[in-house]
Design a binder for this molecule. Structure first.
Ligand code: GDP
Length: 527
């Protein structure tokens, strides 16, 4: 039996958040390179036992027609086991992004040194703030002319209302970029264009150590000391607790494409980033070091092969240790499910999971019985909370071109709703389905998927609907009278929960004013 507390404390499960083009992909690649995962993918092939496990999985993938993109990447660095979760919805922001952030313990925010905070940075940051996810900032592209470091730091502080503290300080920028001084660990890192991994680090005893003068020009040293003094005067100093509570972000500077600052960032994460956290359920808190395994499904990835209906459920292990072949209780249905071929993820590769620990992510192949928000345990009837559903911002009705196939359409929509790709509402009156999404582009994607995966040509049509709200009330009589009175505007979601479909903002305001005991929810927590 592995030492559970040890295994848990060395886990770092995180995501990268960034505006497109800031360098998320490049940084991901470099993190994997530093973590040895890219070479490891090659090495795995040589090892007999693992090779078998790997080809088993590939067979599963082939037979079931599922292709899992690099949604989760696992690697080791300095004794820590990292799980990096990809945040999808790069261009078209989706609910999957939010849900992925419910499965991490911390995040890295990548910012382009020339651009600072951009629209998507802001949106993703807000999603992190909902749950006080601790954030380390990486200011990228220091090999190019960008904005003054102090400017960037105060922009983060002001725009995000987040305290920042420099973890490293850059020396020069663009053509004159010389490297960084690590303020947390008192080390000088010298920049080399196209540098290899693990840049040379030079131990320096504080910013006033005369040793600095032998590595940098006098004006560079003078500027560095002046800048650091100013930054230290203006910004908070590092405080582990404030960082872990999500109130303070340590900031690194670097250049992902040149491998610069990547090792420092990883070392920082190994040292500071939180191990798996305590998770809340409807009945009690679950500590990651509890012996019994528990966890929840935060994402479903659908089949790529139209002939199959199989999917992968992404499962965050919240406590205990998982072993292959284990049976777990699927709390929603009350049934046992046998986990004989769940997968762990290595970069560009995957293997059947033999064991995993709290903080790890498993991919569980299934036929649709697992849904977003589902809890699995070793027997206790727990339900994890905090996995959000968002009221859609765009609503359209959908119809099959062939009216005789309406039933098939219903089935397809139900599956897409369970997967979390869209909200599907069945109005109390009428026969059309109403589909809701958070990004307008998603209608096209859905129409395409329904046509290719289910062989059903469909048409989406605009509706006169403005928005949707889940309704609930502590007062059963008040809820009933509301539902009776507004039947024409009511629908049910795929879980059978009541949803109010408002024609316009006034309609919604009016319903709220008339029914003060009813809550109109924009965000609903699963289940
Ligand atoms: P993503 O859209 O956030 O995933 O960004 P990418 O990783 O694809 O990077 C966007 C562009 O920025 C690419 O052309 C990268 O080569 C470039 N890039 C990434 N990191 C750096 C860097 O440190 N310096 C410079 N000059 N370019 C970079």
């Amino acid at each position: 039996m592995a030492n559970l507390p040890n295994e848990v404390s060395r886990r770092r499960t995180f995501a990268i958040i960034a505006h497109p083009d800031a360098g998320k992909t490049t940084l991901t690649e470099k993190l994997l390179l530093f973590g040895g995962a890219i070479q490891l993918a090659g090495a795995v092939k040589a090892r007999g036992e693992q090779r078998r496990a790997r080809s088993d999985w590939m067979k599963v993938e082939r037979e079931r027609g599922i292709s899992v993109t690099a949604s989760v990447m696992s690697f080791e660095y300095r004794g820590c086991a990292f799980n990096l979760l990809d945040t999808p919805g790069h261009e078209d922001f989706s609910e999957d992004t939010y849900r992925t952030l419910t499965a991490v313990d911390s995040a890295v925010m990548v910012i382009d040194a020339a651009k600072g905070i951009e629209s998507q940075t802001l949106k993703l940051f807000e999603a992190c703030r909902l749950r006080d996810v601790p954030i380390v900032t990486f200011i990228n592209k220091m090999d190019r002319e960008g904005r003054e470091p102090i400017d960037l730091l105060s922009e983060i502080e002001q725009q995000l209302a987040l305290d920042v503290t420099p973890a490293s300080w850059p020396i020069g920028m663009g053509k004159t970029f010389k490297g960084c001084f690590d303020l947390l660990r008192d080390r000088l890192f010298l920049f080399e264009r196209g540098g290899k991994q693990d840049e040379a680090e030079i131990e320096i005893k504080g910013i006033n150590d005369p040793a600095l003068d032998s590595h940098l020009k006098p004006d560079e040293v003078a500027r560095l000391r002046e800048d650091v003094e100013m930054a230290r005067g203006l910004m908070k100093s590092f405080d582990l607790q404030a960082y872990r509570e999500g109130h303070l972000s340590p900031v690194y500077f670097g250049s992902a494409v040149n491998n610069f600052g990547v090792g420092e960032l990883l070392a920082g994460l190994a040292e500071m980033a939180p191990p798996p956290r305590v998770q809340h359920t409807t009945t009690r808190d679950v500590a990651p070091t509890e012996e019994k395994a528990t966890g929840f499904v935060f994402k479903i990835q659908a089949n790529m092969d139209p002939k199959h209906r199989d999917r992968i459920a992404f499962f965050r292990l919240c406590s205990g240790q998982f072993q292959r072949g284990m049976k777990m209780l699927h709390v929603r249905s009350g049934k046992q499910i046998n986990l004989h071929n769940p997968v762990v993820f290595l970069a560009q590769d995957r293997e059947i999971a033999e064991e995993a620990f709290a903080g790890d992510i498993l991919g569980i192949p299934n036929h649709g019985n697992l849904r977003i928000g589902d809890t699995l345990t070793e027997g206790e009837a727990l339900q994890f909370t905090g996995i959000p559903s968002f009221a859609p911002e765009y609503l359209q009705s959908v119809r099959a071109d062939d009216p005789l196939r309406a039933k098939h359409l219903g089935k397809a929509l139900e599956q897409l709703a369970e997967e979390g790709a869209a909200r599907v509402f069945r109005p109390e009156i009428g026969t059309d389905y109403i589909v809701g999404v958070v990004g307008a582009l998603q209608f096209e994607v859905l129409a395409d998927r329904i046509r290719t995966e289910y062989g059903l040509p469909v048409r989406f049509e605009p509706t006169s609907l403005h928005t949707a709200r889940w309704v609930e009330s502590d007062d059963a009589a008040a809820l009933k009278s509301f539902l009776d009175e507004t039947r024409a505007s009511m629908a049910k979601d795929h879980n059978g929960d009541p949803v109010f479909l408002a024609r316009n903002a006034w309609h919604l305001d009016r319903a709220q004013a008339d029914h003060p005991k009813v809550k109109f929810l924009k965000v609903k927590e699963q289940p």
